[in-house]
Design a protein around this ligand. Structure first.
Ligand code: 5GP
Length: 206
């Protein structure tokens, strides 16, 4: 068994771009990726399960986790906290498995500070107009909230510079195919393969 750390993949992008949909589709296929389940203070939605979709926490519980430095990153999004449990990510990577995060952009920037070697994928809307339609047609939000989300989305797009890859979410299956290609390519990188070979040769001698 080759003792190599897993790769951290971070999928992020503007609100409403379809990160959750793409991530769920990606995990429908057979994969060795481990999805890091986030913590949130938002209410559980119909069809969601605690410990599967999120770990649902009270604001107090969440703030105490922050104080104890148990989150790799966290952000406030539409009046709720969202965060990534640090131990799960670190332990899973150390055991040689890849970890996949699907988080909003402020959190992704924090992960980049801690894990610059991570692979950062920016999911991009086909156009801002398309993005607006998707947000509006969710139909559950007030005009004011939609306007705020759009403003937020424009700012988030400016943050694309921090990423390694950009995937346009024109069709979910296309976006998923591209992400699968990125994952495969990262595993084929010369330095990673070379490290593995060196390790095998060292093990032969010792
Ligand atoms: P939703 O409430 O629709 O499930 O998620 C709202 C937003 O929070 C999405 O953009 C999602 O990617 C983001 N999100 C989910 N988990 C995390 C997390 O652990 N950290 C951060 N920073 N954002 C998250």
């Amino acid at each position: 068994m080759i003792d190599e750390k897993g790769i951290l993949f971070v999928l992020s992008g503007p609100s409403g771009v379809g990160k959750g949909t793409v991530r769920k589709e990606l995990f429908k296929y057979k994969t060795d990726l481990k999805y890091s389940i986030s913590m949130t203070t938002r209410d559980i939605r119909a069809g969601e399960t605690d410990g599967v979709d999120y770990f649902y926490k009270t604001k107090q519980e969440f703030e105490s986790l922050v104080e104890q430095n148990q989150l790799l990153e966290y952000a406030q999004y539409v009046n709720n906290y969202y965060g990534t449990p640090r131990a799960y990510v670190e332990e899973t990577l150390a055991s040689g498995h890849d970890v996949f995060l699907e988080i909003e952009v402020q959190g992704a920037l924090q992960v980049k500070e801690n894990f610059p070697e991570g692979v950062f994928i920016f999911l991009f809307p086909p156009s801002l107009e398309e993005l607006k339609n998707r947000i509006v047609y969710r139909g559950t939000e007030s005009t004011e909230l939609v306007r705020n989300r759009l403003k937020e989305a424009r700012n988030e797009i400016k943050l694309m510079d921090a990423y390694d890859y950009v995937v346009v979410n024109d069709q979910v299956d296309h976006a998923v195919g591209k992400i699968q290609s990125i994952i495969q390519s990262e595993h084929l990188k010369r330095e990673r393969i070379a490290r593995q070979y060196k390790k095998i040769l060292e093990d032969e001698i010792s």
